[in-house]
Design a protein around this ligand. Sequence first.
Ligand code: ATP
Ligand code: MG
Length: 312
Amino acid sequence: MLRVEHSTVRFDGRTALDDVTLDVGDGEVVTVLGPSGSGKTTLLRVIAGLQRPDQGRVVLDGRDLASVPPHRRGIGLVFQDHALFHHRDVAGNVAFGLRMRNEPAAAIGRRVRDMLELVGLSGFEDRSVATLSGGEQQRVALARALAPGPRVLLLDEPLGSLDRRLRDRLLDDLARLFAEVQVTAIYVTHDQAEAFALGDRVAVMRTGRLVQVGTPDAIWAQPADADLAHFLGLRNVRDGSVVRPEAVLVRVGGGDGNGVVLAAIRQGPTVRLVVSLDSGETLEALVTSLEHPEPGDRVSVEIDPAGIVELP
Ligand SMILES: Nc1ncnc2c1ncn2[C@@H]1O[C@H](COP(=O)(O)OP(=O)(O)OP(=O)(O)O)[C@@H](O)[C@H]1O
Ligand SMILES: [Mg+2]
């Protein structure tokens, strides 16, 4: 459906996007995950037609978009700073793209109502956007982008400016909404949890390149390299492979033991143990029980071979 082909963007000799090829299927949500400066926004700008690639091209439904200006690409945009029109009310914002197409007023009114219902803002039509909370503004931005029925929706850190709790809630809403409207979307984030929760597939970017593209399960099962494994929180790298923290089994007592607990950090339902082995190695383990070893405890550590992932 959408294909970015061997696209490269250079700024003053520095490569922001490096030979990126990415296919997005009809109705698919691809999340682009990468650290700051890795080229995520540049990729979206190339797809939207806001940045011409030095090499490569963008193809939508078999058509090369090179000569198609941004507003004719059938692409909806949602950015972090929502960029709403502050002199218009909510309905005026959502209706914007429809007015540009000279649709009849009655049809616009219906569509605006439907979109506001979709994002959970029924009845907000006449509110001034300046009086909305950050989360509400972001929903309006989403409704505005969806209203013209775009072929592809591009979202650039749309939850970036919101606090954690609101993000989690909007994340659930977004997942439901994407499934409901069957929209094809590319969603950029530097947050791993967000990328894995929303993406049918995750495209991992680093220094302008796609390092790995795959389902969340596939990436988690087999990260492309040690850096990505580390980025995903898999810190037990030994001899070119990764030991998953849940495969590091830690018992208190039982013989002399072979290590000492350095730290026990509760993270919601799990506790992350950092264990220093007598061999000099440090390993992280995940424990799900309420009771867990404490720092200073001598422990026996075993590794379940099933949890060892070979890195290429
Ligand atoms: N208009 C520009 N002129 C010069 N350099 C640019 C321009 N736009 C982006 N860059 C550079 O290209 C690289 C990629 O930038 P980009 O904005 O795509 O990263 P990003 O992954 O979106 O980062 P962030 O997570 O911080 O938004 C960066 O090094 C950035 O400084
Ligand atoms: Mg960016």
